[in-house]
Design a protein around this ligand. Sequence first.
Ligand code: ZN
Length: 486
Amino acid sequence: MAASADPQRIIIENCSIATVDAHDTEYASGYIVVADNRIESVGAGRAPEGLTGVVRRIDATGHLATPGLVNTHHHFYQWITRGLATDHNLFNWLVALYPTWARIDEPMARAAAQGSLAMMARGGVTTAMDHHYVFPKGSGDLSGAIIGAAREMGVRFTLARGSMDRSEKDGGLPPDFAVETLESALAATEATIDAHHDTSFDAMTQVAVAPCSPFSVSTELMRQGAELARRKGVRLHTHGSETLEEEQFCKELFGMGPTEYFESTGWLGNDVWMAHCVHMNDSDIAAFARTGTGVAHCPSSNARLAAGIARVPDMLAAGVPVGLGVDGTASNESGELHTELRNALLINRLGPHREAALNARQVLRLGTFGGARVLGRADQIGSLEAGKLADLVLWKLDTLAHSSIADPVTALIFGAAAPVTLSPAGPVKNAARTHPQCAPPAPPPVHDLHDLHHLREPHHRTTYAPPPWTPRRRRRVTDRRNRRGR
Ligand SMILES: [Zn+2]
């Protein structure tokens, strides 16, 4: 909705403001005028006198205003399998959890989305995404359930409609009963785009094409998925270069590393963003920079699964678009994005760039404008500038937790997770939605986890074993050598 001739206005005053615009403009004490669902003006001091149609005036003393946080990678359904397989690496963790995930249905997907979204909304997320790739037969309209939950919460949302069609029998990781066919995955993805993708400036729902990963998706689904996305004009998302095991898998199966594989299947481009990208060499980073391929950096999940530290400082120096991601709550049980700001800063300082790796303002940019860029929405959200959507957050920084830190951006990034007093997403009617004591409505109780344990396959494998093609291929090579020897 564009600002009308006589808009309804909200005035926010007396707060510090970090605009995250191109010049990192900040105001020690300033104002923001919101007209309908857009930012009308931002500046230092008090708001201009004589504004009409003012429906609310907020004294934000003691607060920092920033753009709303943008989450660029998540799996909502994992809300109902938090705290399991806690001491596993990625492949073993996946193999342990696939059988449970493959039992998901519509009520579970809705409740998990409500829990995941509420957890992020209370921490300042105004734009969320969900990479959902588990669609068991007969499970109902999972995409509709997830999108419905985001609409109820008033959070701007991208559903990355995922898919898997490479199961154990084809050398993949998921069990056979957990995957779709190539044809059904593509048809359902196209139907989801047709039903839900909104191209308008203030769209609340967008859809991306998102086959899960090289080790759970056929090359043909990667290729045809990219073609579908480009035919429909939507973005492309997948997991990439997360672990050393994945790199080894790609080299064994495709004869090349993950980035080369993505390039060969049409998966590098300025309409693509990829989760993790931990194991990237210099030429991989250069390929991402050259093509404008974006990255969703998920520091806590990478640490939890012992995947490694992504080279974020090198990516930023090369010009790669980078945003932040929670990742699923089965590999980041907190489910919060505002704590990822701090974790991104701290974890990257453990890498080779040490204390020069990232500073507080770079991290705030990753969580806001960087995320907007990665989701293809940098013209609409991600910074506090006149004409952009009024997706902003007021962080309360005048309590015991932060009040002795002079610089508000330092307090937000280095300090404890700050409470959110106001988080408007969408039009004015939602702007009145406050979170006193930082508490959005609790989602309904979901499941007793013991029930989920009962859903597990009784005889599923519990650790990752090399897929069957590996010994066969090695045997063939050995046989050839033996024949040559003879
Ligand atoms: Zn993920």
